[in-house]
Design a protein around this ligand. Structure first.
Ligand code: ARG
Length: 280
């Protein structure tokens, strides 16, 4: 009963509009201790919007096929990074990957528990630029809805959560050392939103990408040490209880002077769902 994936460009705005945009004063999320580089384990029950993107066909069963992260923005909508669905990452054309699914509510990828939900359709941003990494966004529509409490609101345009200096957390099952030590359980790292100038200075246009402040968000620690890494891509960057970014790229992981670069959620809202971006 596997369905082929389809790409539906026209539905992207509707998908995002249907997702939740928060009013400016939302509660702060449950504190988590510390993904990732310099992170520590967290309970997925405290951050149920952090999900794993998986395919056992492509990545084997040891870690349930996890290869990227995602953020739940409506019961049937998960945001992830466009590059996660590239030929380069999947090792096969997306259309041929028949078991693409998300894993929600499971801490340890080797254990059972939580839910595996098939991805019904995929929209990949056709404007994603693999040279600069601009527009690193894909929208997954799930086959069955997740519980409402899995949804995290997206921070609208102008939200204080985007201001430099804001404390944020990034979540994922990715590499914890930069040496290919993939986490078995969900981890989070405390980072802060950095000034765009920090990433513009680090990434004026090099082999890894070009920092573009209109569509990207810079976060990490100036001195390094805490960051997302390989396998965390597409996963959530959360500040003030709202989703502000998706793990996208960086040079190495956690190195001083090379912050993490994230897909900027406000830009996505402004561009795809102008009415939703105003809040209501
Ligand atoms: N591109 C990586 C992935 O596919 C994510 C890299 C994030 N790097 C960083 N230093 N923040 O998983």
């Amino acid at each position: 009963m596997r369905r082929p994936l389809s790409r539906r460009l026209s539905t992207a705005a509707a998908l995002v509009a249907a997702a939740v945009v928060t009013p400016l004063a939302a509660p702060v999320p449950a504190a988590a201790d510390g993904v990732v580089i310099g992170g520590s384990p967290v309970q997925v029950s405290d951050s149920p919007w952090a999900v794993a993107l998986a395919s056992r066909d492509r990545f084997g069963g040891t870690r349930a096929g996890q290869f990227c992260g995602g953020a739940v923005v409506s019961p049937t909508t998960v945001l992830t990074a466009a590059h996660c669905l590239s030929l380069e990452v999947l090792g096969a054309p997306l259309e041929t990957v028949e078991d693409l699914h998300i894993i929600a509510g499971r801490n340890d990828l080797r254990a059972a528990g939580g839910r595996e939900v098939a991805v019904r359709s995929v929209w990949v941003n056709e404007e994603y630029d693999s040279f600069t990494n601009a527009g690193d966004l894909a929208i997954l529509t799930l086959d069955k809805p997740l519980p409402k409490d899995h949804v995290i609101p997206m921070a609208p345009v102008g939200d204080r959560a985007y201001e430099a200096g804001t404390r944020a957390q990034v979540y994922g099952w990715g590499d914890t050392t930069g040496q290919g030590d993939y986490a078995r359980s969900l981890r989070a790292a405390k980072v802060q939103v950095l000034a765009d100038t920090a990433c513009e200075a680090a990434y004026p246009g090099n082999a890894d990408g070009t920092y573009l402040r209109s569509v990207m968000l810079c976060a990490g620690e100036v001195e390094g040490g805490r960051d997302a890494c390989q396998g965390d891509s597409g996963g959530p960057l959360v500040a003030r209880g709202r989703l502000i970014g998706l793990v996208s790229w960086g040079s190495g992981c956690g190195q001083a002077g090379s912050p993490g670069v994230y897909t900027r959620i406000s830009e996505l809202l402004a561009r795809m769902a102008p009415t939703a971006a105003k809040g209501s």
